[in-house]
Design a protein around this ligand. Structure first.
Ligand code: GLY
Length: 264
């Protein structure tokens, strides 16, 4: 089996700006501390870069407070990239800001044109399929449009459900290797991962589910020792990254980068 769902030559990140304090959040758990977030972000970028990948660091976009969460703007596959159409009105313009950076690396950059919406935080790409969670940000029309765009590249897309009250599908799950998924119990209980090996987050550590497998590493938010131990015991090379400030904006490890291997 190939492992292109976990091995990447490139990543794109975007620095948090001062406007991040106005970022979207489901519940107010305190104002993000920009300086601490910048330190965590630098730790995250360094961890990606240490795997040998090229990390393209984009400058902050002050007019878009959530723009550091670049993952939501695009789906990057080996064949091409698809620019998303975010469902949060304040985030809609972020996608067009990302497009030129993808066009510099890919021959094929397609766009979700609407009227549906879709954010790539709701998309989990595995070796065998693309799972898309319908959520408050991602609707049936957006999913259908994505399915049509990626079908010529040979991808099978499966619609699943993001748990109620959860921001994105990948808030609650992550691909650890081509066969193994880390998931919260509330998402795994839906049965959507039948056929995969599963590791559940430890009870009370649901926020640990949003990790990324990036080359030989698993980047994981600090503060979830039982889940970290489960991953280490399963043989994964776990790297803990501070995430306290992004967590105040419902952001995590996957949200902070686009990870891909462009064809040229
Ligand atoms: N604050 C991240 C989001 O709501 O999209």
């Amino acid at each position: 089996m190939s492992d292109r769902s976990i091995r990447f030559t490139h990543a794109i990140t975007r620095a948090p700006g001062a406007s991040v304090t106005a970022g979207l959040r489901a519940v107010d758990t305190g104002m993000p501390d920009l300086a601490l977030m910048q330190r965590h972000h630098a730790q995250y970028v360094a961890c990606l870069r240490e795997t040998g990948a090229e990390v393209i660091e984009l400058p902050a976009l002050e007019q878009f407070p959530d723009a550091l969460f670049v993952e939501d703007t695009a789906l990057c596959l080996p064949e091409g990239a698809v620019v998303m159409r975010p469902g949060a009105p304040t985030r809609l313009g972020e996608a067009a800001q990302m497009a030129p950076h993808l066009e510099a690396l890919y021959d094929q950059v397609l766009w979700i044109k609407g009227p549906g919406t879709i954010e790539a935080g709701d998309i989990l790409t595995t070796e065998r399929e693309i799972l898309v969670g319908r959520s408050a940000r991602t609707d049936a029309l957006g999913i259908a449009e994505l399915a049509d765009l990626v079908a010529p590249w040979g991808y099978r897309l499966r619609e699943v459900i993001t748990p109620p009250g959860v921001l994105h599908f990948k808030t609650d799950c992550a691909l650890l290797d081509p066969e193994t998924i880390l998931s919260t119990a509330r998402l795994a209980d839906s049965g959507c991962f039948a056929g995969y090996k599963l590791i559940n987050t430890a009870p009370g550590e649901e926020a640990a589910a949003n990790v990324i497998r990036f080359n030989d590493r698993v980047l994981m938010p600090a503060g979830f020792p039982q889940t970290a131990e489960r991953l280490a015991a399963a043989g994964f090379d776990v790297h803990l990254i501070g995430n306290s400030e992004c967590a105040k904006l419902d952001g995590g490890m996957s949200c902070l980068s686009l990870r891909f291997s462009p064809p040229r």
